[in-house]
Each structure stands twice: as structure tokens, then as C-alpha cells.
Design a protein around this ligand. Structure first.
Ligand code: OOB
Length: 537
């Protein structure tokens, strides 16, 4: 198949090197599942509530969904917007798309109309998958708004409940699997992930079968995942961390069992760990804190747990230290990004590295540079911006040429926007960020996007959204507002954002009305001064 229009691939010499070194093994995601199903068809692949699918069933569901997609006119290269929680159908659709050569666009559960319309339009999605209801939220009116806003969407597939005027997801799985073909080639784009790290609305990150299969398999190895493992998906499966680091894909690739949790809270997750004898779980730092406190209080049986992966935002030393004694398992810090590069502390690293660093690159061919503002490398131990190039790091966003100019160096290094310090061991410590994103406990708030939404409120003359430190979440957001007339309060602004259909994690935690902004010497809004004003009592 021709490369997906709007994507930039690796230059031929690097691609050849990645193939030769075995990173790109010529596998497709559909092929990984097929191999596991052939090896152990009766092993449990996934658990979703009362439903248990063995590998034969998951493999069969994937073939049926692929046939169903084809029957609905969805062709190789077509984009499918996926807005599903952690349910079995998510896995069936992911692999169904992979086998049909269709490209899932993985929206996150909190996303609402604004984000979904943007994603559907940017991707040119022809189909869209939703739950009828999730967490008390009725998705059908949202689907009406999304289909009205993004006319390219021809089909809406609804999981569970009453599909209304749309198509039940079961219409896909009811299809005869046909010849069980795999229409994807290893170099094709397998998924479009969402960037949490850019300004403006989310950008789309093309990940190929070759690169994402490597991402999942190498992550499985570095976290010690094997066929006897039981992986709890406590974070949204649509997020790279729970999907492929090693996540669902890594687990399915090695023949492990995936337990799908509807949420990451201890009330939901602890009983699943006990019942299913879970061995591995990935969490964001705010959840690590909640788990530690809940485990001390309720003393659940977590004896099966071998490894807790923590990532998405910076984990503080104190909770990191408590993991072993309170949860009885090892800790692995994971510092990654949907754009590619993953860093892991290793299972045999000494405690001081596991507790005090965010790990080192996954691949020997991850080329990382830590640079000053002029783009010159700084010595180990000094803070600089992390740049990276490698076998699973993107070379360009999907349909975003102007943005790519700024995000990549001339020789293809991706500017992560993260400020890091590298130790002589190669381990990285994340010290901050140069990009304008607020990391609210792993949820990434694109500052410019939210500011633009706030500017559309009639009482807002100008606004600066600023992160401030928070014990539990790492950071929260405060909107500093210059009023146009009667000053707005937080409720006015939150209601405005809700009406626009913005994900709840982007709502400002605080609102402050000012007469004017402090400015830097260059006349830009001095965000640091604003943030400092918030932490001072
Ligand atoms: C993960 O991916 P994204 O794409 O949602 O966000 C990436 C950004 C990074 O650039 C960095 O700013 C921050 O999230 N981040 C961390 C971190 N892990 C991610 N900051 C400090 N410490 C960490 N451990 O968040 C993600 C993707 C794959 C695996 C894990 C996390």
C-alpha cells in the first residue's frame, strides 16, 4: 500500500539500519495477535467484567471486525475515530482495523465535542466508534454533534445499549470472517496517536506497524512481561502507555492476559487484582498516591503484583520509595511520549536510579541529545532540552507541515520540549518543560488551545493559563484573566468551556482576574512571575 498521505517516513538509510538491526521485524499488529492465537488458542487473552475471551476468540473477533469494516466500505488507509473506554470491543476494533488496513485514531475517554470534531476533521475519519453510555455520560447526542461537525464521518458504530439511528457494533462482529486476510503491510501506518505535548489542539502521530510492534515487544521485554503475566489496564487503553508500553499490545504479543479495568481507582482495581491475580499494572503518579494510601488503609491482597509502572508525569521520591513496602512489588519509572521515545528504569537498576530517575532509553538506537537554547549539547548533569531520533520516534506529525518545521531539526531530531538532565549511566531526570503544556497528573493541557476557548468568552479581554505546583497532581491550572467589562468568575468560565464541549481535565482549577499582566523584557506575558504569585501565600 502507498504510504498514508500526509505522513513523513524515515530516510532510506535509517530505515535500512532499523531493519537490519532487527527493530523492524516486518510484523503487523494483526500478525502479532495471530501468532499468539496459534501458539496458545485456549489461553485467556482478555477479561472484561464477566466476559473472558481466549486467544482464539479475540483473533476471531478481529477477523470478523475486519470483514465488517470492509463490508461497510471502509478501505485500507481509511481513518476510524475510536472513542471507547476499556472494553473488549476496543481490542476487537483495534485489531480489526489493523487487519483491514484501516487506521484507528485513538481519542481519550474525557474528550468531548471540541476535541472529537477536531480529530475527526484533521484525520478525515470515515467512521467513529463510541459506547452508548459511559460513566453516566450519554454518547449518542455527542455523536450527533460530531457527525454534524465532521461530515466525512459516514458510519457510527455503537458498543452496548441502544444505538439509536446509528449502527450497533455487533453488526461488525456478526460478519463472516471471510478469508481472514491481513491487508496491512509492516511499513503502513497502524495507528494515529494523539499528541499531549504540543500547543494548540492535539496533533496526530503516525505510528507504523513495524515501529509500534517493536515499541510493544521491546517494552514487554524490559518490563519482564511473558505468557504467564496478567496485565491490568487501569489507565485508558487508548493512551500509548497502557496500549503499547508494553500495555495491551505487549501483553497480546507475548500471549499474556489483559484485565480491562473500567477505572484506575483502588475501589475498582484492587478487587480485580485479587480476583484475576494481576501481576503488572501501569499508573500515573496521582493514582500511585491514591493506591499507596488505600493499600495502607484497606490491606487488600496484592500478593500477585510483581511490577508497578509509573509514568505520564513526574513521580516524587517519597511515593516512589513507598511502593515496595506498601504494595509489595517493584517499581518501574516510565518516561515516554506518544511521539515515540520511551525511557524505563530497568528491573535490575539500583534503588537510587529507580527512585530518583525516569529511566533510560528503550533502544540502543535511540539517539538522544540534551541541548541548550542554541541547540548545542550540554555536558551530563546539566539541564537542557531533550531531542531524539530513533526506530520508533516519529519524523513528522500527520498533516502538520508548518508545525513540523518547528518540532524537528534539519536532521530529523524531534524536539520533545522536555527539560532533562542526563546522568553518566544514561538515565534521565525530567526537570521541567519548555513547551506550553500543563501536565495535570498525566493529563496534558494544551495551554494555547484552552486560552483560545477562554478568549471566546465575552467578558475575557485577555488570558494566560498557567500551571502551578500541586502535591497530588503535580500541577494544576490557573487562568489569569484581564476582564472586558464585568469580571467573570470561575463558574462563568467553566460553564463556557463545558458548553464548547471541552474535556473536563482542561477546565481551569483556579481563576484570577488581574488589571494587567507582568511582562518579560521582551514584552511577552511573564508566565513564571504569574506562577510564582500563586505559590506565594
Ligand atoms: C506519556 O505520553 P504523552 O504523550 O501523554 O505525554 C508525553 C509527555 C512527555 O513529553 C513529558 O512531558 C511527560 O509527558 N511525561 C513525564 C513522564 N512521562 C511522561 N514527565 C515526567 N516523568 C515521567 N515519567 O505521558 C507516556 C507515554 C508512554 C509511557 C508513559 C507515559
Amino acid at each position: 500500500m502507498a504510504p498514508l498521505e500526509g505522513t513523513t517516513g524515515w530516510p532510506a538509510d535509517l530505515a535500512a539500519r532499523y531493519r537490519e538491526a532487527g527493530y523492524w521485524a516486518g510484523r503487523t499488529l494483526g500478525g502479532l495477535l495471530r501468532d499468539s492465537a496459534r501458539r496458545a488458542p485456549e489461553r485467556t487473552a482478555l477479561v472484561d467484567g464477566d466476559r473472558r475471551w481466549d486467544y482464539r476468540e479475540l483473533d476471531d473477533a478481529a477477523d470478523r471486525v475486519a470483514a465488517g469494516l470492509r463490508a461497510h466500505g471502509i478501505a485500507p488507509g481509511d481513518r476510524v475515530l475510536v472513542h471507547l473506554p476499556n472494553v473488549a470491543e476496543f481490542a476487537a476494533l483495534l485489531f480489526g482495523c489493523a487487519r483491514a488496513g484501516a487506521v484507528p485514531v485513538l481519542a481519550l475517554p474525557p474528550h468531548r465535542e471540541t476535541e472529537l470534531v477536531h480529530l475527526a476533521e484533521l484525520a478525515g475519519a470515515v467512521a467513529y466508534a463510541i459506547p452508548a453510555e459511559h460513566g453516566g455520560f450519554d454518547h449518542l447526542p455527542l455523536a450527533e454533534a460530531v457527525t454534524a461537525g465532521a461530515p466525512s464521518v459516514r458510519h457510527v458504530f455503537v458498543v452496548g445499549g441502544d444505538p439509536g439511528r446509528f449502527t450497533p457494533f455487533d453488526a461488525l462482529t456478526a460478519a463472516e470472517p471471510g478469508d481472514r486476510a491481513d491487508d496491512a503491510a509492516p511499513e503502513d501506518v497502524a495507528v494515529l496517536l494523539l499528541s499531549g505535548g504540543t500547543t494548540g489542539l492535539p496533533k496526530l502521530i503516525p505510528r507504523t506497524h513495524d515501529d509500534y510492534a517493536y515499541n510493544a515487544l521491546a517494552s514487554a521485554e524490559v518490563s519482564g512481561l511473558d505468557a504467564a503475566s496478567v496485565y491490568l489496564a487501569a489507565l485508558p487503553a487508548a493512551h500509548n502507555f497502557a496500549l503499547a508500553c508494553p500495555g495491551l499490545l505487549g501483553a497480546f504479543a507475548v500471549g499474556a492476559t489483559v484485565v480491562l479495568s473500567p477505572g484506575g481507582d483502588p475501589e475498582t482495581a484492587f478487587p480485580l487484582i485479587e480476583r484475576e491475580r494481576v501481576t503488572v499494572v501501569a499508573l500515573v503518579p496521582p493514582l500511585v498516591l491514591v493506591w499507596l494510601d488505600a493499600a495502607e488503609l484497606f490491606r487488600p491482597d496484592l500478593s500477585s503484583l510483581r511490577l508497578l509502572q509509573a509514568g505520564g508525569s513526574r513521580l516524587k521520591d517519597d511515593p516512589a520509595r513507598r511502593v515496595r513496602s506498601v504494595l509489595g512489588c517493584a517499581l518501574q519509572q516510565v518516561y515516554g511520549m506518544a511521539e515515540g521515545l520511551l525511557n524505563f528504569t530497568r528491573l535490575d537498576d539500583p534503588d537510587e536510579l529507580v527512585i530518583g530517575t525516569q529511566g533510560r532509553p528503550l533502544s540502543a538506537d535511540d539517539e538522544v541529545l540534551v541541548c541548550d537554547q542554541d541547540g548545542d549539547p550540554v555536558p551530563d548533569g546539566q539541564v537542557g532540552e531533550l531531542l531524539v531520533r530513533g526506530p520508533y520516534t516519529l519524523r513528522g506529525y500527520f498533516r502538520a507541515e508548518a508545525h513540523d518545521e518547528r518540532s524537528f531539526t534539519a536532521d530529523g531530531f524531534f524536539r520533545t520540549g522536555d527539560l532533562v538532565r542526563r546522568l553518566p549511566t544514561g538515565h534521565l531526570v525530567v526537570e521541567g518543560r519548555s513547551k506550553e503544556v500543563i501536565n495535570r497528573g498525566g493529563d496534558k493541557i494544551p495551554v494555547e488551545e484552552v486560552e483560545n476557548h477562554l478568549l471566546s468568552h465575552p467578558a475575557v479581554h485577555d488570558v494566560a493559563l498557567v500551571g502551578f505546583p500541586d502535591e497530588a497532581m503535580g500541577e494544576r491550572s490557573c487562568a489569569f484573566v484581564l476582564a472586558a467589562g464585568e469580571p467573570p468568575n470561575r463558574r462563568d468560565l467553566v460553564e463556557h468551556l463545558r458548553r464548547l464541549g471541552v474535556a473536563a481535565f482542561k477546565l481551569p482549577d483556579r481563576v484570577r482576574v488581574l488589571e494587567s499582566f507582568p511582562r518579560t523584557g521582551l514584552g511577552k506575558v511573564d508566565r513564571r512571575a504569574l506562577a510564582e504569585g500563586l505559590v506565594r501565600p
